[in-house]
Design a protein around this ligand. Structure first.
Ligand code: ZN
Length: 573
């Protein structure tokens, strides 16, 4: 099937295309150079055309997401929709934690065609994949949690990178996981004993390993396995005043390790996630202030790192993370309900509702810190825009964030009329007048995430050979002034006029018209030498009998669980 999207104004940073009037040709689900005259024509005159957006870090599937849904039935009242007969869209609900169908629809409506579930407890991989298969339209992958895993802590405590790499290779395959996710390394394990670690040099209780050794060791493992994505790091001390020093120290740890992906064009060694939560100065909530300038300065000066933001959207939302001790701190602070879970041998998690009130001092500063990071990091090739959905706010607020970043006037209006004065006093946001362009928005939501994930051969761009994931927005760059018409920007990005997924029209005039489309599942399929792989596997089996409450054979996610399996090959040890 041939299609052509004609006369759109194209933004495709990975190919250096900045607002050129072009046609985009599609054949058999891929972008091609040209098509025949029989191709079906879609008119995009006076509209913006971008690659389908790539979500680098979100929480949309798995155990803690489901706990969030159950813990907060009140959340479902804020966004609910019945079955739509004309399009066969299913009913769904949930504002901060939508049900699976709704998640796929809402992302697609905004032009997102790929999303990464950023925290998968390996033991609960099966459930995570079940939910991902039930989330329509989006290509997806999930990141298994490595930062508090007993096997990893043992291997790295002994400095045994080879065995750790063999174990990681097995775990990625067994869980159909895509990348090495590290959350509060050693801290969640310490939480199993009611504690936490602080900084990166505390030793985990009952293990001989520190967060710094975990970060470095896993970065080495990552490059040994030649994985598509870099390590994906949620630093220690999330949400603590004064934590920016821990953040910069953590980013410094893997510096110098040789970048070595087998596929894609990644040239970075670490991705720091939701860095807004990790850019705090001060010693308590009383003298809390932004340290975004220091963290942004670090990112500007170093080329081994990319970050995503974790922008606070000023909503009532649901926080959820494998950082168990942090959720307890949060619950102690806001007094709202709390769910907590330990995942044997591997990780833990917590879920707590949170109200980011614009009128409250701390959320106002948190909002400012996210904005500062996005605007002070000079090169949008180093940032991805995220809300760490739903933690700092639901992903459905992305269009509002784009509008904030594209309009100084919008931010001034927020600072003058909506936000607590701390936003101005405790950050530099009021002094920043930079406004991101359409090109930079496209980079921070398409090009950069695709590249850092190692998927840029076929995601995040509109060159020949790419998947035909295309978003068309009814905004004309020739006539719209984002600085002044910021509400039109927000509206324009909220509901795309057309979204193509693998060449099929998924969204038309802002509504999902093809809800049965299924996404691909990416995972890292690495090959390692028989030795030490076999020895490691034998040891894992022995430990399973000793510690796990489920059998070794019941652990791996079977191929039948995956509707569109798309393994990404790594190579040898
Ligand atoms: Zn997250």
């Amino acid at each position: 099937m041939e299609r052509i999207i004609k006369n759109g104004v194209v933004y495709c940073p990975l190919n250096g295309i900045n607002g050129e009037k072009m046609d985009i040709s599609i054949k058999d689900g891929k972008i091609v150079e040209s098509v025949s005259n029989d191709a079906e024509v879609f008119d995009a005159s006076g509209q913006i055309v971008m690659p389908g957006a790539v979500e680098v870090h979100t929480h949309i599937a798995g155990a803690k997401v489901n706990v969030g849904r159950m813990l907060r039935p009140e959340d479902s009242k804020k966004d609910a929709e019945g079955t739509i007969e004309s399009t066969h869209c299913r009913a769904g609900s949930g504002f901060s934690v939508p049900s699976t169908n709704m998640t796929g629809y809402r992302y697609a409506q905004m032009g997102y065609t790929t999303a990464m579930e950023a925290a998968m407890p390996p033991l609960l991989a099966r459930h995570t994949h079940e939910e991902l298969q039930a989330t329509p339209i989006l290509d997806h992958a999930a990141f298994p949690l490595f930062g508090n895993n007993w096997f990893v802590m043992d291997y790295l405590g002994e400095g045994d990178i080879e065995s750790c790499a063999a174990y990681a290779s097995w775990l990625l395959k067994a869980t159909k996981g895509f990348a090495i996710k590290i959350v509060n390394p050693c801290g969640t394990e310490a939480w199993g004993w009611g504690g936490n670690v602080h900084g990166i040099h505390d030793t985990a209780p009952h293990f001989k390993v520190t967060p710094a050794e975990m970060i470095k060791g896993l970065a080495e493992v990552n490059e040994k396995l030649r994985l598509p994505h870099s390590i994906h790091l949620h630093c220690n001390d999330l949400g603590h005043p004064g934590n920016y020093e821990t953040t910069i120290e953590s980013f410094e740890v893997p510096k110098g390790i040789k970048v070595n992906p087998a596929t894609g064009s990644r040239d970075t060694i670490v991705h720091g996630t939701h860095v807004q939560y990790h850019s705090y100065a001060g010693t308590s909530w009383r003298d809390f202030e932004s340290a975004a300038d220091k963290v942004a300065d670090y990112v500007n000066k170093n080329d081994h790192i990319t970050i995503d933001i974790g922008q606070v959207t000023l909503d009532e939302t649901t926080t959820m993370t494998a950082d168990g001790p942090m959720e307890y701190d949060l619950h102690s602070l806001n007094g709202l309900k709390w769910a907590n879970c330990d995942v044997e041998m591997e990780t833990g998690s917590g879920v707590v509702p949170f109200i980011y009130s614009a009128k409250a001092p701390v959320p106002a500063v948190q909002w400012a810190i996210g904005m500062e990071l996005s605007l002070l990091v000079k090169d949008t090739a180093k940032i991805c825009i995220t809300t760490d959905s739903p933690n700092a706010g639901p992903f459905t607020r992305y269009p509002r964030i784009f509008a904030w970043l594209m309009s100084n006037q919008y931010r001034e209006d927020m600072l003058e009329n909506k936000l607590h004065k701390w936003a101005q006093k405790r950050s530099s946001i009021a002094t920043i007048d930079r406004e991101l362009s359409f090109y930079e928005i496209a980079q921070a939501t398409r090009g950069t995430p695709a590249k850092v994930l190692g998927l840029s051969d076929f995601k995040g761009h509109l060159g020949a050979g790419a998947d035909a994931d295309v978003a068309v927005y009814n905004m004309n760059p020739a006539t719209i002034d984002p600085s002044a018409d910021y509400m039109a920007i927000e509206k324009g990005f909220q509901k795309a006029s057309m979204v193509f997924k693998d060449g099929e029209l998924a969204v038309k005039d802002g509504e999902v018209i093809n809800p049965e489309l299924k996404g691909k599942t990416f995972w890292a399929d690495t090959q390692v030498e028989q030795n030490p792989y076999n020895a490691v596997l034998k040891e894992v089996e022995r430990q399973f009998i000793k510690y796990y409450s489920i059998g070794f054979d019941n652990y791996p996610v079977e191929d039948e669980y995956i509707l569109k399996p798309t393994p990404i090959n790594g190579v040898m040890l």
